[in-house]
Every structure is written in structure tokens, then in C-alpha cells.
Design a binder for this molecule. Sequence first.
Ligand code: PLP
Length: 384
Amino acid sequence: MPARENGAITNLSSSSDTLINLDHGDPIVFESFWKKMGEKCSVVISGSQSLSYFANTKNLCWFLEPELEEEIRRLHRVVGNAAAEDHYVVVGTGSTQLVQAVLFALCSSASGETPPEPVSVVAAAPYYSCYPEVTDFLSSKLYKWGGDAQSFDKKGPYIEFVTSPNNPDGSIRESIIVKKRGEEEGKVVHDLAYYWPHYTPITSPARFDIMLFTVSKCTGHAGSRIGWALVKDKYVATRMTKFIEVNTIGVSKESQLRASKILGAISDGSLQSSSNNFFEYGRLLMEERWEKLRQVVGRSNIFSLPKYPQEHCLFTGKLSETHAAFAWMKHNMATEDLEKLLRGKKILSRSGSRFGSDQSYVRLSMLGREDEFKLFLERLTAIQ
Ligand SMILES: Cc1ncc(COP(=O)(O)O)c(C=O)c1O
């Protein structure tokens, strides 16, 4: 069980000038677990180790460390959140690189021809704000941001990102366009960065053609920059690997070895009902934060938060609800600019307008430091 931390603000000055940055989803919240693990998760890499670009030339993804692949597959089996048996594993420098790799793989041809017009990339609003940013960053001839999947009615090929649980609002989602049009013209990429038991009940193993995961949101090791894709189609996996080859000639082996150690530790811990169970520890931390936030928000009629249904989690065996990585908070006056209002109280958030929604919403990180979260609650209480 996580130590329920009491009132004192430790590192952060509680002065009214202190800026609280809840804009980024930097996952520091789990640091206390990893401190508790001490040396158990340390990795020592000698000077003579991992010199080569290559990890396994027999593997389609030739820069993927075999032990990382093994630990990824084991973790999915232990948690039961994805059926990975029929899929290739492609490792990336964070899942941000995999988002770019998948766009390249789905829109390019091996002969180098470009499509007659860029393929539309869409996601249902509110969508993860990096999808439009990453898609249009290089003004590619291959693909172009097409906006909200719900209003998308252009004929021709498209790629839909489905994020579930969703960033920013924590909702459980499925493809919008496939439901409307069928599967012929489009490809769906499932970004399952938050489909882990500390955020949401695991209701069944995901079985999609392309699924993205990241160590950043699973274990909190965002600094290692390791993500992975589970890809059913060999050609798509090969093209994603090609993208990463040209982009960065593979992925840091030091990071891969560290990630495999960390993933191995959480698989081992998940099989024990002890304090080494990372997901149980993380779930209680997230639950506690959500309880506190709901108490503060519930005391007034100014703000509202999404409600999530109770579901049976196959991993914990318990009935529980989503405790999302972000709070998607709304000002109940639709005309209010909530990001601006909070900025005036020295709380940085990300405006709903960045997610294809409106300015009465903000996204607030629930993954920051404990002292920062407490100060945030104090300031939010004072707004009432
Ligand atoms: C839905 C989603 N996908 C991908 C990412 C990128 O993660 P990474 O740190 O692996 O690049 C994030 C990070 O916030 C995210 O929220």
C-alpha cells in the first residue's frame, strides 16, 4: 500500500507565488514506489556492453533487445491487457516516435511513390494534443491532420487514432469512423498508453491490429524514452522499423535494458500480493488523488469532472472505476476561459482548445509530485 502522505508540503514552497505546472503529463507520481524498490531495479552496464547498432539481426525489428521483447510479452500476459501472441513488437524512442513511424508505414509505399493527396489523420475530440502537432510538424506529402473524427466526412483513405482510456478525458473509446463507414478505406491505430490497471479496470485483452504502449505511462519512466508497438501485419511492422532505422538507426540499448529490468520487476511484483505490486500501489495512489480532487470540486458549483462507470477488473478481480492520468475539468459557465482563470491563480493547465474542445475545459495532470498536487487542491479550494 502506498504511504498516505499527510499534510506537510515538503519540497515545494507554499507561497502564493509558486507556479504549479500541471500542463505536462510528467509521471513523477510513482517515484515513491521506485525509491522503495531500492537497488532491486538498478542496472549495471559495463563499458564493453551494447556497442553494436544491432540487437538481433534475425528479428524483423533488428534493434529490439530480445530481453525487452520477452518482458513486454510477459507483462501483457500477466496483466491481460493485450493479446500480443500474433503481433510483431516494434520498439521506439517513446511512443511519440512510434506515432510518426506508424503514419509513415501506413501512408508510404516501398517504391517511394507518394499518395495523390495526403492521407487524413483524425481522432475524436477531445483528442491528445500531440496528434495534430506531430502529424503536421514536417508538412508531409504523405499525411495531414484532418481534425475531429466525429465530423470527418471526406471520402478516401484516413487514419484514425483511438486513445483508450483517452487523453485528456479518460473515456473508454472505440473507432468512430469504422462504425460509420466500415473498414475498407481506413486504418485505425489504438493508442493504449493508459490501458493499465492503475488507471482503469482491465475488462478484456485488447486485440487490435496496431496497438501502442509506452513505459512512460505504464511505469513512470518517461525519461528512458521507451515505447512499443504491437503490430499484426508484417509489412506495416517492417515499414515502421524502416522509419526508425532512417530516423535514429534504432533505439538506445541502455534504455531498452533498463526498461526490461523495470517491466520484469512489475511482472514479478504483480504475481505477489505484497507491497511490491506496482499496479496495486499505483492504483491506490491514483484513487486517493481522485477522491481528494472530487471532494474539492464537489464543494462548489463552479467546476465539474467526468464520471466513470464501475467495471470488473480482470487483473485485480475487483469492481473499480477509471482513475485517469489527467483531470478533464470544466468550468460550468461555458463562456469562461478556464486555463486563463487558473493561470491567474498560478496553476498552469492545458486549455481544452488544444484538444479540439473549447476553453471552458482544461486538462490537469494527476501524475505530478505530491506536494504540488496538495498545493493545487489548496488553491482550487480558495477559488470556490
Ligand atoms: C496517449 C499518449 N500517447 C503517446 C504518448 C507519448 O508517450 P511517450 O513518452 O512514450 O513518447 C503520450 C504521452 O503523454 C500519450 O498521452
